[in-house]
Ligand binder design. Sequence first.
Ligand SMILES: [Zn+2]
Length: 82
Amino acid sequence: MSDNLSAQQLLRIRSKLETVVNEQPGTRQAQSADAALQRMRSGEYGYCVECGEEISAARLAAKPDVALCVDCQVLKDEEEDA
Ligand SMILES: [Zn+2]
């Protein structure tokens, strides 16, 4: 588990994610939030799914379902733009 988030921040993020899953079932946002909740359960939350780098607390707070670090996000955005 990422240690750059406090337990309190983590709780707040989890409840945000659960709200999205409950209120917008079937949407991409809900799928993404659900995946984040699963990573939380398995202790992988807060790490980039591509490279394993820790994702900053500020980034997680701004976008709780984020699965990629900034570097990997840039690469992915470039791929999608191409
Ligand atoms: Zn990464």
